[in-house]
Design a protein around this ligand. Structure first.
Ligand SMILES: [Zn+2]
Length: 307
């Protein structure tokens, strides 16, 4: 997808559904916001080349949070340029202790490597994306270190995974704590106080209906608070689909065993559904097949859609 120049010299790159979107500010000292999956590095570099940024010229990478679809390109880009990454200071314990569960990498069986961090961001401080000042807004919930970036003058919000136009990012209570949906609701309240005309999210396209997206996200999170099993059901469905989207189609025989060998599947079923692994797998698959989020094809399971 072609880069969108959202302010002079500041470009938004919309990626496929799974990969995190990213931004780049051109000029003397190029700044990136997020770097996509490690496996999507070639496309990330292609995006930067399209706006005239050489990897070695990058001066700063601002990461919205420590998930692999947002920091995956960091080691390569930082290796090429020697630049440091900036993250909210809530990421510091995980980075300094090398906690691969807190980053989701080991919990969800994803690829990811730690990288040098040069600055721990604070809520309310200002970062420059090129010549454009953005406020750091700490919006924990989906991740403890999640930040949004807000330009009050232009009424622009870079919402990362705190707010999408449709649907919402996974809530992982086993990693983020049982108060994750409540913290996310508090974060939405903070965002609701902003004057926003246009939102550039971490996944999916830009949108203008800020109030509508807030309301849809809020109502789903309130449901999670009232009925945590619905949150666990959504987690099972989403990560099952992500697994098939990321790894490609796979034989149906054996898929259950593959899921049982992960951290996330047994942990979620044990915690919320009394350890009924097979029954929960069957129920999840029936739901996804009925919604055509997953299809059966010659003994293989395949997904082309969001859950
Ligand atoms: Zn995320």
């Amino acid at each position: 997808m072609a880069p969108q120049e959202i302010l002079p010299g500041l470009y938004f790159f919309e990626r496929g559904y799974l990969n995190g979107n990213h931004l780049a500010a051109t000029g003397e000292a190029p700044v990136l916001v997020d770097t996509g999956y490690a496996s999507g590095l070639a496309a990330t570099l292609g995006n930067l080349a399209a706006v005239g940024i050489e990897p070695a010229a990058v001066r700063t990478v601002v990461n919205t949070h420590l998930h692999c679809d947002h920091v995956g390109g960091n080691p390569a880009l930082q290796g090429a340029s020697g630049c440091r990454a900036w993250l909210h200071r809530a990421a510091r314990p995980a980075v300094e202790s090398g906690d691969r569960l807190a980053t989701w990498w080991d919990y969800y069986g994803q690829a990811g490597e730690f990288f040098p961090v040069g600055r721990w961001l604070e809520d309310g401080e200002e970062v420059l994306l090129g010549v454009h000042p953005f406020q750091v807004i700490h919006v924990p919930g989906h991740a403890p270190d999640l930040i949004a970036l807000y330009h009050p003058g232009e009424k622009l919000l870079l919402s990362s995974d705190a707010l999408w136009e449709r649907g919402l990012a996974v809530v992982t209570p086993e990693v983020e704590g049982d108060d994750a949906p409540r913290r996310w609701l508090d974060s939405l309240e903070r965002l609701a106080g902003l004057d926003v005309c246009r939102v550039y999210p971490g996944h999916g396209g830009p949108f203008g209906d800020f109030a509508g997206a807030l309301e849809r996200t809020r109502s789903r999170l309130e449901l999670y608070c009232a009925d945590p099993c619905s949150m666990a059901d959504d987690l099972l469905r989403k990560i099952t689909v992500y697994t098939l989207l990321m790894g490609g189609p796979r034989p149906e025989a054996g898929f259950f065993d593959q899921l049982c060998a992960t951290r996330w599947f047994p942990a979620t079923v044990d915690r919320w559904f009394g350890g009924a692994h097979r029954a929960k797998y069957d129920e999840t698959l029936v739901h996804l097949l009925q919604r055509r989020a997953v299809v059966r094809d010659l003994g293989q399971l395949r997904s082309l859609a969001r859950p």
